[in-house]
Design a protein around this ligand. Sequence first.
Ligand code: SAM
Length: 265
Amino acid sequence: MLQLEFFPRTELRSLLDFQRLGSSLLPLADRRRLAHSLEFYQSPKANDIIRRQHADLVDQILGLRLRYIEEMLIAEAQGFEPEGSVDTWGPGIHSGIQTWVGLDLQTLQTPYSECLRIVQLLRIKPYQHVIDLGAAYGRMGIVIGGLYPKNSFLGYEYVGARVDEGNRVYGELGFSRCQLVQQDLFDPLFELPEADAYFIYDYGQVEHIDRNLRQLEAIARKRPVKVVVRGKFTKQIIADRHPWLDLKYQGRLEEFFSVYTAYIG
Ligand SMILES: C[S@@+](CC[C@H](N)C(=O)[O-])C[C@H]1O[C@@H](n2cnc3c(N)ncnc32)[C@H](O)[C@@H]1O
């Protein structure tokens, strides 16, 4: 049971418990305490609807201003293309890059409970480094910063407003080893840094993902890597073009992500 200032005997067993905490912004000390507790990232039930609702409430409790930022992005995109949609708005305002402006926030991002399951499955050791390619607001970094404070996290994201908001919350929570960086992953000058584990959730077009996977292949020639892939799109690209990645885990209950490993050297 968590001891918070506002809710001294706090249980996190049902969505109602999370709703109670999200009804107004908690003092920072309480948000920090929650962010460091395992139960905070566990969904009360495993089904997809509850996992998404739980993730939405965790965002609210942590004070992430996602809706406001996404509405600003939609308004900007509608200014250019009033009849557009989620397929066209992102590319319309972000130089052709598919940034998924207008997509439901819980589809845009991986639920916290799944981020938790992923890092648990990765069995990351202290001081290992994790990179998210196309990180949006950096949920994976919240879980790592909260539960694996000796590890470091770097998330690349094209949309500057998402990067700033994620970094603001990392700063508030004191996650000094977590960082989001504004970066076009398809920039010809971009060089993918080495890391112990990479996370990819269908962030862009086939040729973008394919190029980053080629960069990853070069890294896997020097050192072992783990790669977590969420989304059908990237899994298909791997099946078609990247046999160097060994499938080690395919979610059954989760169904959404797969874990690959590689060390070609
Ligand atoms: C489906 S979301 C996944 C977010 C996060 N990885 C998660 O699972 O919660 C993909 C993100 O990749 C970003 N993205 C797409 N193309 C990109 C590019 N070329 N460079 C950097 N980010 C990109 C999008 O803006 C979006 O926020």
